[in-house]
Ligand binder design. Structure first.
Ligand code: HIS
Length: 374
């Protein structure tokens, strides 16, 4: 018999206090979304394989965890990303809702494979999608709302790393021509920052792009230097406007050829980092939604991955717990709740306030701190 405590690789139980902290972070992110005019949607955990992740114009197919549905006799897939589901909703049931359409969400997603940095396969994703625009103003709003959400969730010390996902195809079609069959290989080597492999592909002209990564001002200056014929002018102006709008709320870097994790983003993508948490906390950018009738709609959004925030101890703090000694009255409990406390009621005289995690005791009409060794 399988050990009942054993879960598949990359899946785990979240226990107290971690699960509660995750709940508070999720609540904070959704609150920030609501404050900025985003309405909540809750797409299902699984969909037909044929509809999931197909509603977005994407450069690569998605790896999916599939199962057979005995009811419909069709293959279902577990969602690896909620953005694609929001795109489907915007293109179908909310196709006639006024634009721009602002939607937010929070839920679990499942990836087929974890990464070295993040071996877990199931994670809590929360985010916002602004459907109907991929303008610079939309990108600024997405980054601002993401920073609002992270701030409310208890994080700080932000870095926004901007990428230009269609940079290489744009240059290849203009000032730095490349044979079409070599385009994907050049993109992959730039993503891996492999100068030797680029030279071997005859793409030496692209080498300076590797050096154009880093703090945004210097990186923009290097990119502008490469931009013979000014095919990048509107993108570079867009990045400058974003930098001006974000001001000193975040450190901004530019990694113009980063593609990994930006499979469907179009002219702009960004990664979000916070002080004290490992790796990327979120990602976003502009993308294209495909409607069932074939027309394409621009959109911009972001997703945050909340578990690493909790692991870094950044969640808003829990309510302090008050132990209610036997014989307490219910009105006192209500008052304590109103004052921001959680209460734990005694069931018998044997119950121990400290062992039950309480910092205070309510007894004889007064609140007193639990002292060690009591
Ligand atoms: N869902 C994407 C990020 C994103 C949201 N909207 C646009 N891009 C991700 O998790 O990588």
């Amino acid at each position: 018999m399988t050990n009942p405590a054993l879960l598949p690789e990359g899946l785990r139980d979240r226990l107290p206090p971690e699960a509660e902290a995750l709940g508070r972070v999720r609540g904070a992110v959704l609150w920030a979304a609501e404050m900025n005019g985003y309405a909540r949607v809750e797409p299902p955990l699984a969909e037909f394989e044929t509809t999931i992740a197909r509603g977005l114009k994407s450069s690569r197919p998605t790896d999916l965890l599939r199962m057979m549905d005995p009811i419909s006799q069709r293959t279902l897939a577990l969602r690896p990303d909620i953005t694609a589901q929001v795109g489907r909703i915007a293109a179908t049931r909310l196709a006639h809702a006024p634009r721009p359409l602002r939607l937010c969400y929070a839920g679990q997603v499942l990836k087929v494979r974890g990464t070295q940095l993040r071996p877990e396969r199931e994670m809590c994703q929360a985010g916002c999608e602004l459907v109907g625009s991929d303008s610079v103003a939309a990108a600024i709003e997405a980054i601002r709302v993401a920073l609002d959400a992270l701030t409310l969730a208890g994080a700080g010390g932000f870095t926004v790393d901007i990428t230009l996902p269609d940079l290489v195809p744009t240059l290849a079609a203009g000032p730095l021509p490349l044979p079409a069959e070599r385009l994907d290989a050049v993109i992959a080597e730039l993503d891996g920052k492999d100068a030797g492999a680029l030279a071997a592909l005859g793409a030496e002209a692209y080498l300076p792009l590797i050096e154009a990564a880093g703090p945004v001002d210097a990186a923009l200056a290097r990119l502008a230097g490469l931009d013979r014929g000014a095919v990048l002018a509107s993108r570079l102006a867009g990045v400058r406007a974003i930098v001006a709008a974000i001001g000193d709320r975040a450190r901004i870097t530019l990694d113009p050829t980063e593609r990994h994790g930006f499979e469907y983003q179009s002219w702009i993508g960004f990664s979000l980092f916070v002080e004290g948490a490992r790796g990327e906390i979120g990602r976003g950018g502009s993308y294209t939604i495909l409607h069932p009738d074939g027309h394409e709609e621009p959109a911009t959004g972001f997703s945050l991955y909340l578990d690493p925030l909790v692991a870094a101890g950044l969640a808003p703090s829990a309510r302090p717990k008050v132990f209610l000694a036997e014989g307490y009255d219910a009105a006192a409990a209500d008052r304590l709740h109103g004052q921001g406390y959680a209460t734990v009621a005694a069931l018998s005289a044997q119950d121990d306030a400290a062992r039950l995690g309480c910092a205070f005791i309510w007894a004889n009409g007064a609140l007193s701190p639990v002292t060690e060794g009591r």
